[in-house]
Design a protein around this ligand. Sequence first.
Ligand code: NOJ
Length: 537
Amino acid sequence: MTIPLWYKNAVFYQIYVRAYKDDLGTGFGNIRGLSSKIGYLKELGVDCIWLMPIYPSPLRDDGYDISDFCNVNPQFGTLEDFQALVKSVHENGIRIIMDLVINHTSDEHPWFKIARSDKNSPYREYYVWSDSADRYRDARIIFLDTEESNWTWDTEAGQYYWHRFYSSQPDLNYDNPAVRQEILKVMKFWLDMDVDGFRVDAVPYLFEREGTNCENLSETHDFLKEMRHFLEENYQDRILLCEANQWPEDVRDYFGDGDEFHMAFHFPLMPRIFMALKQHDFSPIQWALQKTPNIPKNSQWCIFLRNHDELTLEMVTESERQWMWDAYAPDPKMRINLGIRRRLAPLLGNNKDLIGLANSLLFTLPGSPVIYYGDEIGMGDNIDLQDRNGVRTPMQWDATPGAGFSTAEILYAPIISDAPFSPEFVNVKDEQNNEYSLWQIIHKMILARKQHPVFGSGSFRLINCGKPAVFCFERSGLEEKFLLINNLSPEGQKVKVLLESDCQRLIDVLSGMSFPLHQQELTFHLEGYQFLWLKME
Ligand code: NOJ
């Protein structure tokens, strides 16, 4: 049975296979380990998992440096393991999308190895070469802390090659039709294995043109439309999710006329949720929502609080960035490139009420939510690890020495070891057994969200209740209407809300309590960081 638009009402969960579960005792999480946790994912209630790259890779950018598009990194398992995973995920009513990194390969990809060593090989034209490092000067450098230029000299090739990320990730040359064909072939390979779609990495940078910043070019959109067309022609119910860290008006173009991406991450909204929480004022969120253009009916925003990268501050002004750094990354070690390399719980002071509130926004604002593995239990980070590794530590399943992640002595990365984030305090098992845990709060929100499709596709209307700290809004669809009230302040608040529509009863879907109404003006006494999801009947 096909369910069109399933993604509009889905809760996504992002998984780093290496970090999730090691069932072989190697110290590396693997695909079979993940398969053994499908029961957990089902219980949590997520609808679709997003797997970070599992392809063969030297892992110099955690798999975003692919050396073979049509295989699985042997450290993670085999193609058979992957097929078994997809099958069992589906049998449990969950979908699975995977990262597809199309902008670049690893410098260890055979295409690049041949390209750099043989000027006359057809693979030479798979990459972007130049005799000088002067071309495309208007393109910014993304990995500011490590890269000095988007060009790197290659002694073997006797030329410079172009890369938007690490120099170990040469960009593919999309002007070459053979490259475009290769990518469609890669899509086919995985779609034929029944994956439900792709999170397509770094899409703004596919083409380069002199005199532009080499982002969001029309040629890029043309190819992305070709990918969508290929998907629609040959498969049903599959999706493309766009990673374009851009302003809303630019991201809007990635939906096309409903003929490009199904979904796109909402990058400008995310940092503004953190601003609003710290300033106790919803106006940054309101600003982002006002700037958010309408998107085609078959499209959906993907909203998130944290992911495997730094909390990116590219989509804020200079002064907002400085404010965010001061507020959330007081120690310079917490900063990287234009962002903050910390996890959700430490960012929010490990305050369960505040983390719950942040998640309440994630689940009720327009779009489909993505949860980053471990954030459902409030995992911590390790800023002593380099790069973004501090937010990619092993999943904490229980309080045993290997945290239930692995029995190996040496792990790919150390488990968080200090209170209050070590497994003794933060782990799945204990949180599932404690009815007041963060896991239970998030679990409840996931279930409630899934029961009410209005959160996925309903309209949004701000309700001004006269207090900047109380973010109050309505979500309405054809069949349901919700009043959402979020107290962004640690202080209690008394607010009056005037309901526009005729409503006889409010049901708090998180607690199950219901209140008959006798008038349209309601008074709420909210506790600090309290949130209410009220169904209007
Ligand atoms: C975006 C990914 O999220 C990030 O982890 C990666 O380093 C870059 N793209 C390059 O692929």
